[in-house]
Ligand binder design. Structure first.
Ligand SMILES: [Fe+2]
Ligand SMILES: [Fe+2]
Length: 195
């Protein structure tokens, strides 16, 4: 892939990630509000911390878009706001399990999204972005683990279809190094957004 098309793909991917973070933030806010019972205090605190991460992520991605002389896509922003609010509202009536399960699955996609973004940044001639993008992937890895663990504590987990297991956290860096040295078996440049 040449630098020009890598840059174009990176911009699209970052615009998607930026608005995806918005949807996640609204959804987690709604989910958090739905957990009123005292025994859910730990979940509420977990969601508060994840929410803060997503807000930080939005700021970081916006900065990267700016460096690429680009900006968020207003249509996608509106769409993802609607989706986030809808999921958040559904959390008020949908029970505890579905939002935890859905969040885990979504976060799994986010890891890959930022890993692909790091590879595209390298190919587009922006090596300075790589570390920050891999760090974003690592935080999404932490989120996936939190939601997966939480969902797995519910009896419905055993009958729910599972998304692919994540590799160890270190794999995010080691597979990027393999990509740099040309040893990555199949350059992971495809993402499969659920959005
Ligand atoms: Fe995020
Ligand atoms: Fe996340």
């Amino acid at each position: 892939m040449n630098a020009t098309s890598a840059r174009a793909e990176l911009v699209t991917l970052l615009q998607m990630a930026y608005s995806g973070e918005r949807a996640a933030a609204y959804a987690y806010l709604g989910h958090r509000r739905s957990l009123r019972r005292p025994k859910r205090a730990d979940d509420r605190e977990m969601l508060r911390l994840v929410l803060l991460d997503e807000i930080r992520h939005r700021r970081a991605v916006r900065r990267l878009l700016h460096v690429l002389d680009s900006a968020p896509d207003p249509a996608r922003e509106r769409k993802m706001r609607r989706i986030g609010l809808t999921i958040g509202a559904f959390c008020q009536v949908g029970g505890w399990y579905a939002p935890m399960y859905g969040a885990g699955k979504l976060e799994r996609g986010n890891i890959v999204e930022y890993e692909v973004a790091a590879r595209l940044a390298h190919l587009a001639g922006h090596p300075g972005m790589v570390d920050e993008l891999l760090e974003l992937a690592e935080v999404e890895w932490d989120h996936e683990r939190l939601f997966r663990t939480s969902a797995a504590s519910h009896r419905l987990w055993w009958v729910s279809p599972k998304w692919p297991e994540t590799e160890a956290r270190e794999h995010i860096r080691s597979s990027f190094d393999a990509f740099l040295s040309g040893d990555e078996p199949e350059p992971a440049l495809r993402w499969n957004p659920l959005r």
